[in-house]
Structure formats: structure tokens, C-alpha cells
Design a protein around this ligand. Structure first.
Ligand code: PGA
Length: 258
């Protein structure tokens, strides 16, 4: 069975003091059995070390929000995979739609980042998802296929053990417009079938596919109960400990029905 995951993407929010408060409140407030749900925090880079100290010895994992495709060197503003590992990260997000849109990240840049992150031993949340016009024009699957083809170029099958896919329809991110349970399930099933065709049924069966885009305490259970939805990548609601812990609890509740 695939272990469900709930990941908090804190984006460019918080201060050192509110980030600490949030980490501690979630750490101490969640009563969910960690055998059933895996939780990861992705704080802004300057707070990674701080949060790492606060979750040490717990089962909560730590991830970067992005990573460079290059090794350490003259790349102003970038963070190398080595640096994420050095401050306690086991994970990094790659290819978030905000990176694709505001930083012009192409599928080939994303592919390079994935390769390097995996080579260095990080696990990756690879984000894919269509824009509103693409959904309206029935191009969702074509777009997902293109992004998956780009991201997985020249990857060995063994690399997939380190990858979790996050399906995040761009129109649902931060908008309050959540995908319906059926829309999410259909996209996840498509992604899994793509993985199966390319890498085999067993790899596809083990691949965790998270949903992201306006996940909140009150819609999490429906989404997480879908057979191909293996967790949530949460933005806005991850900044509120009560909401985030409630989403973790929904994941635990849905896992007992899977
Ligand atoms: P949201 O963000 O939950 O605020 O929609 C999700 C994400 O961008 O990962």
C-alpha cells in the first residue's frame, strides 16, 4: 500500500518567529499516527535550518521549495542540492507552477534539477499541472504528457523510487477553486497510466501522486479518498496549524478506506 503524504509548501511566507511557532504547533498538535501518514514541511530556504532543529527526532521530514540543477559555484541566489542536504532536507519540490511561470523554468531545466537532486540523494516532489485554458480546451492529458516526458527524459527506472509526483492544476493553486474529486482522480489515473506505460506496472503501482491546489480542511477527505490520490501538497492551509493538522487527520482517515 502507498503511504499517504501531507506536504506543507510554506512558499515565501512567515518570519523566523512565526515559522518556529507554526512548526512547533503542527509538531505538537498532530495526534495522527505517523505510520499511516508521512508529513513534510517545505519552509523558505532561510528558515530550513531553524525548522530542521525543531523537528529533529520526529518523523516529520524537511524539504526545499526548489533546488539548482547545477553544482556549487558562481550561481547567485541559487541553492545547491548539497546545501539542502546539509541543513537536514531529505526532499525538494521541483517544477512548481510558480517557478515555471515566474522564473521561466522549462521542462528541460526541471529535468536537469531532478537528475542532480536524485544523484545527490534528495527525494523530489515533481509538480505538474495544466492551466485553465488547457483544461477548457481538453488539453489536460496532452499537457501532462508533455511535462512528464520532459521531466523524465533519460531517467533510470531506479530514480523513480525517489520521486513523488504532485498534480497541481494551475487554476486551482491559491484560488480557492479546487478540482472536483472526479477531476483529480481522472488526472491522477492518467499520470499513473503514463508511468505504467513508460516504466512498468509495478513502478506505477508504487508511485505516490499527491494532489495540490486549494486543499483545505473541509475538502481534503473527499480528495484524499480517491483511489489514485496518495496525499496532498498544501500551500495556503499549511500556514495554519489547525487546518494543516486537520488535513493530516483526513489523510489518516482516508488511508483506512484504501
Ligand atoms: P494552495 O497551494 O494550497 O495555496 O492552493 C498549493 C501549492 O501551490 O502547492
Amino acid at each position: 500500500m502507498r503511504k499517504l503524504m501531507v506536504v506543507g509548501n510554506w512558499k515565501m511566507n512567515l518570519t523566523s518567529s512565526t515559522a518556529s511557532e507554526l512548526a512547533v504547533q503542527i509538531r505538537d498538535g498532530s495526534t495522527t499516527n505517523t505510520n499511516t501518514v508521512e508529513v513534510v514541511f517545505c519552509p523558505p530556504a532561510p528558515y530550513l535550518k531553524l525548522v530542521s532543529g525543531l523537528i529533529e527526532g520526529t518523523s516529520i521530514g524537511l524539504g526545499g521549495q526548489d533546488v539548482s540543477g547545477k553544482g556549487p559555484g558562481a550561481f547567485t541566489g541559487e541553492t545547491a542540492a548539497e546545501m539542502l542536504l546539509d541543513v537536514g532536507c531529505k526532499w525538494t519540490i521541483i517544477g512548481h507552477s510558480e517557478r515555471r511561470t515566474y522564473h521561466n523554468e522549462t521542462d528541460s531545466v526541471i529535468n536537469q534539477k531532478i537528475k542532480r537532486a536524485i544523484q545527490l540523494g534528495l527525494n523530489v516532489f515533481l509538480c505538474v499541472g495544466e492551466k485553465k485554458e488547457e483544461r477548457q480546451n481538453n488539453q489536460t492529458e496532452a499537457l501532462l504528457e508533455m511535462q512528464l516526458n520532459g521531466a523524465f527524459t533519460d531517467l533510470e527506472t531506479s530514480a523513480l523510487e525517489r520521486i513523488v509526483i504532485a498534480y497541481e492544476p494551475v487554476w486551482a493553486i491559491g484560488t480557492g477553486l479546487v478540482a472536483t474529486n472526479e477531476q483529480a482522480e481522472a488526472a491522477h489515473a492518467y499520470i499513473r497510466s503514463w508511468i505504467s506505460t513508460r516504466f512498468g506496472a509495478s513502478v506505477a503501482g508504487d508511485m505516490r501522486i499527491l494532489y495540490g491546489g486549494s486543499v483545505k480542511a473541509d475538502n481534503a477527505l473527499g480528495l484524499l479518498s480517491q483511489p489514485n490520490v496518495d496525499g496532498a501538497l498544501v500551500g495556503g492551509a499549511s500556514l495554519d496549524a489547525k487546518s494543516f493538522n486537520s488535513i493530516i487527520q483526513s489523510a489518516a482517515d482516508s488511508s483506512s478506506t484504501k
